[in-house]
Ligand binder design. Structure first.
Ligand SMILES: Nc1nc2c(c(=O)[nH]1)N[C@H]1C(S)=C(S)[C@@H](COP(=O)(O)OP(=O)(O)OC[C@H]3O[C@@H](n4cnc5c(=O)[nH]c(N)nc54)[C@H](O)[C@@H]3O)O[C@H]1N2
Ligand SMILES: Nc1nc2c(c(=O)[nH]1)N[C@H]1C(S)=C(S)[C@@H](COP(=O)(O)OP(=O)(O)OC[C@H]3O[C@@H](n4cnc5c(=O)[nH]c(N)nc54)[C@H](O)[C@@H]3O)O[C@H]1N2
Ligand code: SF4
Ligand SMILES: [Mo]
Length: 732
C-alpha cells in the first residue's frame, strides 16, 4: 500500500502568490456559491476558493467557479467604446461621451420618427441587481419604451408565469435546506449534477444522511437519472400529461390532503373533472410512462409526510411550459406540500441573477413585483421616482421573443442588447440574423467584444465583468448575496451601473430624478420600495428592508423576505398557507394538454433535444476561453444512440450534417446509450450550431421558446470539409 502511494507522482499545487482574498458570489449559475478571489502582489486575480462558512456552498465550487479568476483577462474582453455608421464598416475607437451621446441621440431620433416603442431594450439575468433596478428606471422613467424585456424569457419565464398563476406572485417558495427534511424528491427536466453541481452536492449530502426516494423525469438517461431510484424517460413535451395523471390517481384514490385543499385553494372541482380524462392507461399512451409506474409514483409522492418537486428547462422550455409549472404546483397543493420543511415547488433558476431581474429590473412591470396594469403601483413608483405615472404604459409590452419578429415587421427600429447574445442563444438564428441586419441602430453592451451580436452593432459599450463591479445577486432560494469589486475594471471598460447612470444624464428629466452612483445608494432605494402591502393585504413578500450590503456579506447571503428589525432572512414562503391572491387562496388550475410540437416524421426522424454540459456556460464568451473548461468539449457535438447510428452507418467521432426545416449544422457524433433511439442531444453552447436548426414555438402564457422539441435528420458529410469548418468556428 505504502509503496504504491510512494510511487505515485504527488499533485503539486503551484503557489499562486496570493496576498489577499476578496469576497464575491459566483457569476455563472443561480446556485449562488460564495467565492473568494485571490489577488497577487500586483492586485491581479490569480485564483478563487469557496467560502467555507457560506450557507449555500460550505467551501465547495464547481469547475466553473474554480477557474473563474481567468475570465477577467480572457481574450476578447472589450477595452474601448466603439462606433461606426454601418455594421459592415471597420470599428472606430471613441471616448465614452461620444458613444453615449450618439446612442441617446439615435434613440431619440428613432422615437421621434417612429414612436416611443420603436426602440427595444433586451437585457439579461447576469448583471447586478442594483444595475437592473437602474436600467429599469432609465427605460421606464426616461427612454419610455414599453418594448423592454430580458433573456429570462428564454429561461425562467414559464416558472414566473406559473408561480403567478398558481400562487398570485412570483417567488420560489422553498430552499436547499428542504433536502434535509423531504421524504421524496421528484425532479422534472433538470440535470442538476451538471447544471447546478453544488445544489446537487447539497442533495447528495442529505441523501447520504437519510435515504429517501429520488425520481427523475427526463427523456435522456442523464447523470441525474443514473443516480435516481426511479427514472421516467418521458416522451418530449408531455410532462403535463404525466402530471395530470398523477393528480388523477391522487384525487381518485383518496390520497389528497383534502383539509389543505379546502382551507388554502380554489378550483378543486374543475381540476378533478379535467384529470378524469388522464387516467394512467390513457396518459401512458401519450407520455410513454407505463400506467403502473404512474400509479406507483403518485402513491409514493402522496403517501410520505413531506415531498418536494424541483424543475428546470425540461419543463420551462416547452409549448406548455407555464402549464407544466402550474401542474407541478397543483401536485404540491393537492398533497399539502407547500411552505413546510421538505415540502415545496422549487424552480431551479438558471443564470446567476435571473432572480434579481425578475425582482427589480421592471422588465415585465415595475420594481419589486409591481405590475404596470395596477394603477396604484404606477402611482406609487411614479411618486418615488419623480416620474409622471401617466408616462408609464398601462400594460406590459413585448417579450424578447416578440421583439425580434417586430424588428422583422418594421415596428422596432433600434435595439439595445445588454449582456445577452441572441445570435447564438435564440431559436432559428437565420431569422435573428436577418432581423438584426434590418435595424437602423443597434447597440451592444457586453463585457466581451467578440460576442457574435456585435457583428450587427453600430455601437459597442465595453462593460466591466462580474467582480470588477459592486452589488448583489439573488440565487434560486431567494438568497441575496454580495459581489464586491475585487479589482478595478479592465482598461476603459465601465461597470454597467456607471453606463446606465451616464446614459440617463442624456435625458434632461434625469435632473429631477435620483440616479445614485454607488450600489449601496441604489440598494437603499430598493429597500424603501420593498416595504408595503401585497395584493392580499398582507405585507409584501419581496421585502429587503432588514438587509444592508454589510449584513449580507457578514451572513454570506440572506434570503428575502427580511423585514426591518429582523435578525436574518426567511427560508420559506407561504408557511401560513396565505397566498398572494386577494382571498389568500392558491389556484388549482385545470390544464388540458395540446399536442402542438413539431415531431419526428419520415423526413426528419429524430427529436432534437438541446441543453448544456457542466464545463461550459451558455454561448462560451467566458468558458470557451478558460483552458480547463474548454478542453473537455471544444467541438460542437451531439449525443446519438449507437443503434440508430449503426442503422445510418455513422461512427463515433465522425462529423455529420443535421438538417431541419430551418437550416443545417455540422457536429461531431458522440455515441452513447444515454439517449433514446429516436433522439439527438446537442449542448447549445456553440455558435452556428443547434439554434440554426431549432424551431422555438412559443408558450402562450410565458412566450418562452420550446427549445427542446423539434425534429431533424442526420446526413453523412465530407469529413475533411467538416473538420476545416470546425477549426474556423473554434478560432475565436
Ligand atoms: N454548466 C452549466 N450550468 C448551467 C448553465 C450552463 O450553461 N452551463 N446555464 C444555467 C442556466 S441559464 C439554466 S436555465 C440552467 C438549465 O439547467 P437544466 O434545465 O438542468 O439544463 P438543460 O441541459 O438545459 O436541460 C435539462 C434537461 O431537460 C431535459 N428535457 C428535454 N426535453 C424534456 C421534456 O420534454 N421533459 C422533461 N422532463 N425533460 C426534458 C433534457 O434532456 C435535459 O437533460 O442551467 C444553469 N446552469
Ligand atoms: N437551443 C437552446 N438554446 C437556448 C437554451 C437551450 O437550452 N437550448 N437555453 C436558453 C437559456 S435558458 C438561456 S438563459 C439563454 C442564454 O443566452 P444568452 O444570454 O444570450 O447567453 P450568454 O452567453 O450567457 O450571454 C450573456 C452575455 O453577457 C455577457 N456578460 C457577462 N457578464 C456581463 C456583465 O457583467 N456585463 C455585461 N454588460 N455583459 C456581461 C457575456 O459576455 C455574454 O455575451 O440561452 C437560451 N438558448
Ligand atoms: S455551482 Fe454554479 S454558482 Fe456554484 S461554482 Fe458552479 S457555476 Fe458557480
Ligand atoms: Mo437559462
Amino acid at each position: 500500500m505504502l509503496f504504491g502511494r510512494r510511487k505515485k507522482n504527488p499533485i503539486i499545487l503551484r503557489d499562486k502568490g496570493v496576498k489577499e482574498w476578496k469576497y464575491a458570489t459566483c457569476g455563472y449559475c443561480s446556485t449562488g456559491c460564495a467565492i473568494e478571489v485571490g489577488l497577487d502582489a500586483n492586485g491581479e486575480a490569480v485564483t478563487t476558493r469557496g467560502v467555507a462558512d457560506a450557507p449555500v456552498n460550505r467551501g465547495k465550487l464547481c469547475i466553473k467557479g474554480i477557474t473563474e479568476a481567468e475570465i477577467f483577462n480572457a481574450p476578447g474582453r472589450g477595452t474601448q467604446p466603439l462606433l461606426r455608421d454601418h455594421p459592415y464598416q471597420p470599428w472606430q475607437e471613441r471616448d465614452w461621451d461620444t458613444v453615449l451621446d450618439k446612442t441617446a441621440a439615435e434613440f431619440k431620433r428613432i422615437q421621434d420618427k417612429y414612436g416611443r416603442d420603436s426602440v427595444a431594450v433586451v437585457s439579461t439575468g447576469q448583471i447586478l441587481t442594483e444595475e437592473f433596478y437602474t436600467l429599469g428606471k432609465l427605460t421606464r422613467g426616461l427612454i419610455g419604451t414599453n418594448n423592454y424585456d430580458g433573456n429570462t424569457t428564454l429561461c425562467m419565464a414559464s416558472a414566473v408565469s406559473g408561480y403567478k398563476r398558481s400562487f398570485g406572485s412570483d417567488g420560489p417558495p422553498g430552499c436547499y435546506d428542504d433536502f434535509e427534511h423531504t421524504h421524496c424528491l421528484m425532479a422534472f427536466g433538470s440535470n442538476l449534477p451538471e447544471q447546478h453541481p453544488v445544489i446537487y452536492w447539497r442533495l447528495k449530502e442529505a441523501l447520504e444522511k437519510r435515504k429517501f426516494p429520488l425520481i427523475v423525469v427526463d427523456p435522456r438517461v442523464t447523470m441525474f437519472a443514473q443516480f435516481a431510484d426511479i427514472h421516467l424517460p418521458i416522451t418530449p413535451g408531455t410532462d403535463l400529461v404525466l402530471l395530470n395523471s398523477l393528480a388523477h390517481v391522487i384525487l381518485n384514490e383518496g390520497l389528497a390532503d383534502e383539509e389543505y385543499i379546502a382551507a388554502h385553494t380554489n378550483g378543486r372541482e374543475e381540476l378533478f373533472e379535467l384529470v378524469q380524462r388522464y387516467d394512467p392507461v390513457s396518459a401512458s399512451k401519450l407520455c410513454g410512462i407505463d400506467a403502473d409506474t404512474i400509479r406507483n409514483v403518485a402513491r409514493l409522492y402522496a403517501g410520505v409526510p413531506a415531498a418536494m418537486s424541483i424543475w428546470t428547462m425540461g419543463i420551462n422550455q416547452s409549448t406548455h411550459g407555464s402549464d407544466g409549472v402550474c401542474a407541478i404546483n397543483n401536485l404540491n397543493l393537492i398533497t399539502g406540500n407547500i411552505g413546510k420543511p421538505g415540502s415545496t415547488s422549487l424552480s431551479i433558476t438558471g443564470q446567476c441573477n435571473a432572480m434579481g431581474t425578475r425582482e427589480w429590473s421592471s422588465c415585465s412591470g415595475l420594481p419589486g413585483y409591481r405590475a404596470l396594469e395596477n394603477p396604484a403601483h404606477r402611482e406609487e413608483v411614479g411618486k418615488f421616482w419623480n416620474v409622471d405615472p401617466e408616462f408609464f404604459p398601462k400594460k406590459r409590452g413585448m417579450f424578447m421573443t416578440d421583439i425580434f419578429p417586430a424588428i422583422e415587421s418594421g415596428q422596432i427600429k433600434a435595439l439595445w442588447l445588454v449582456a445577452t447574445n441572441p445570435m447564438t442563444s435564440m431559436p432559428n438564428t437565420h431569422r435573428i440574423r436577418k432581423t438584426l441586419e434590418k435595424l437602423e441602430f443597434c447597440v451592444v453592451q457586453d463585457a466581451y467584444v467578440d460576442v457574435e451580436a456585435t457583428q450587427y452593432a453600430h455601437a459597442y459599450l465595453p462593460a466591466s465583468v462580474w467582480a470588477e463591479k459592486d452589488g448583489c445577486f439573488t440565487n434560486t432560494e431567494r438568497r441575496v448575496n454580495r459581489v464586491t469589486p475585487v479589482k478595478p475594471p479592465l482598461a476603459n471598460s465601465k461597470p454597467d451601473l456607471w453606463i446606465f447612470n451616464e446614459l440617463a444624464k442624456r435625458w434632461p428629466q434625469a435632473a429631477q430624478m435620483t440616479f445614485p452612483e454607488s450600489a449601496s445608494g441604489v440598494f437603499d432605494e430598493m429597500k424603501s420600495l420593498s416595504v408595503g402591502t401585497g395584493a392580499n393585504g398582507a405585507p409584501r413578500i419581496l421585502d429587503l428592508s432588514g438587509m444592508s450590503h454589510d449584513l449580507i456579506e457578514q451572513q454570506r447571503g440572506i434570503q428575502w423576505p427580511m423585514r426591518e428589525g429582523e435578525q436574518t432572512g426567511s427560508p420559506r414562503l407561504y408557511e401560513d398557507g396565505v397566498f398572494q391572491f386577494p382571498d389568500g387562496k392558491a389556484k388549482l388550475l385545470a390544464l388540458d394538454w395540446v399536442d402542438n410540437n413539431e415531431k419526428p416524421d419520415e423526413d426528419y426522424p429524430f427529436w432534437l433535444n438541446s441543453g448544456r454540459v457542466v464545463e461550459h456556460f451558455h454561448t462560451r464568451t467566458r468558458t470557451g476561453k478558460v483552458g480547463n473548461c474548454n478542453k473537455f468539449s471544444p467541438t460542437p457535438y451531439m449525443e446519438m444512440n449507437p443503434d440508430a447510428a449503426a442503422e445510418l452507418g455513422v461512427e463515433h467521432m465522425e462529423y455529420v450534417r443535421l438538417v431541419s426545416r430551418r437550416g443545417d449544422a455540422v457536429v461531431m457524433v458522440q455515441l452513447t446509450q444515454r439517449i433514446p433511439f429516436n433522439m439527438v442531444f446537442i449542448p447549445f453552447h456553440y455558435h452556428d450550431c443547434v439554434n440554426r436548426l431549432s424551431l422555438g414555438l412559443l408558450d402562450p402564457h410565458s412566450r418562452q421558446p420550446a427549445f427542446k422539441q423539434c425534429s431533424v435528420r442526420v446526413e453523412k458529410t465530407d469529413q475533411a470539409e467538416a473538420a476545416r469548418l470546425n477549426v474556423e468556428m473554434r478560432a475565436f
